[in-house]
Design a protein around this ligand. Structure first.
Ligand SMILES: [Zn+2]
Length: 59
């Protein structure tokens, strides 16, 4: 899926977080939550990356 890496690196926990394990939250700053989500570390909650998810539902 374009725009979404398979994993993220959490500098706080010094670990790799698989994209499927990351906690997704709405972004701040007025971005469309249907299109943009923040991927956060499931352990410490650190925001790892804001990803574009607008195309995920299209097959
Ligand atoms: Zn972490």
């Amino acid at each position: 899926m374009p725009g979404v890496p398979e994993s993220f690196h959490c500098e706080t926990c010094d670990r790799e977080v698989a994209a499927g394990d990351a906690t997704r939250t709405e972004t701040f700053g007025g971005l469309d939550p249907e299109t943009w989500q923040s991927c956060c570390c499931p352990d410490c909650g650190r925001k790892l990356k804001t990803v574009f998810v607008g195309l995920e539902d299209e097959v």
